[in-house]
Design a protein around this ligand. Structure first.
Ligand SMILES: Nc1ncnc2c1ncn2[C@@H]1O[C@H](COP(=O)(O)OP(=O)(O)OP(=O)(O)O)[C@@H](O)[C@H]1O
Length: 251
């Protein structure tokens, strides 16, 4: 039986009058990669952003239902967003390093969370190793992060998330700005990270979803249409819409 790490229960989201997410119920198993797939505009990124309260600052967003990290209610006002984002990290579509050195990119959140100063170098090395970047940057940690290649910048953004030891990592099309070789490296990285983290990723790339996912969720017009093992969703979809989408008939 899968151990459930993160879950949404009867989740609805509205932007103004418009309902974007419709009664989403989903369980993300621990130490697995789950891909959210579906045609453009179906609500994948909007759903992903619900999991670490990224809509909090959007005045026209209204959410009802519940999201739980194990037993923790993510939307319970007494839980701080900073603490939730430490436990549920996020990596965005475009690599977005701070305009600072590689080292400062890594130390920034550790300082905010008041990790002991003497532990910081070790934590940084370990997260950079875990993110397949250490060997490439160990001699130039003072270099501006923006001077790294796009793929290296994205691995740095992953390392910067990993350094806080989150439980869940959310990724919103993390390879869409990258070339095929950098994309492959990130895919290998995602597969290796799942032994320590639960990963939820939005992807448009069906080959990528098949290469990296344990579970796949297919969404359409704000609804979760089908959720199952990667093999089942791609080889034996139950719903006609899923069948057409994974068969490349629309999207
Ligand atoms: N801040 C916002 N205010 C109003 N509507 C929004 C906002 N953000 C997204 N939407 C709308 O919500 C719907 C879902 O968008 P979302 O970005 O989640 O889809 P998606 O499946 O991730 O699409 P894509 O694959 O193109 O990135 C779209 O109709 C979009 O226009």
């Amino acid at each position: 039986m899968d151990q459930i790490k993160l879950s949404a229960h009867s989740l609805n989201l509205y932007f103004g009058e418009k309902q974007i997410l419709k009664n989403i119920n989903i369980d993300f198993p621990e130490n697995q990669v789950t891909s959210l797939i579906g045609p453009s505009g179906c609500g994948k990124s909007t759903l992903l952003r619900c999991f670490n309260r990224m809509h909090d600052l959007s005045s026209d967003a209204r959410i009802d239902g519940a999201i739980k990290l194990e037993d923790l209610d993510i939307y319970d006002k007494k839980n701080s967003v900073t603490e939730i984002r430490k436990r549920i990290g996020m990596v965005f579509q475009k690599p977005n390093p701070l305009p600072k050195s590689i080292y400062e990119n890594m130390s920034y959140a550790l300082n905010i969370h008041q990790f002991p100063k003497n532990e910081i170098p070790k934590l940084i090395e370990s997260a950079l190793r875990e993110s397949y970047l250490w060997e490439e940057v160990k001699d130039e940690l003072k270099k501006p992060a923006v001077k790294l290649s796009g793929g290296q910048q994205q691995r740095l953004c992953i390392a910067r998330t990993v350094v806080l030891r989150p439980e869940v990592i959310l990724m919103d099309e993390p390879c869409s700005a990258l070339d095929p070789i950098s994309t492959r490296k990130i895919e290998e990285l995602i597969i290796s990270l799942k032994k320590d983290y639960t990963i939820v990723i939005v992807t448009h790339n069906m080959q990528q979803a098949q290469r990296i996912s344990d579970k796949v969720a297919f969404m359409y017009l704000g609804e979760l249409i089908e959720f199952g093992s990667c093999q089942d969703v791609f080889q034996n979809p139950q719903n006609e819409l899923t069948k057409n989408y994974v068969g490349g008939h629309f999207g």
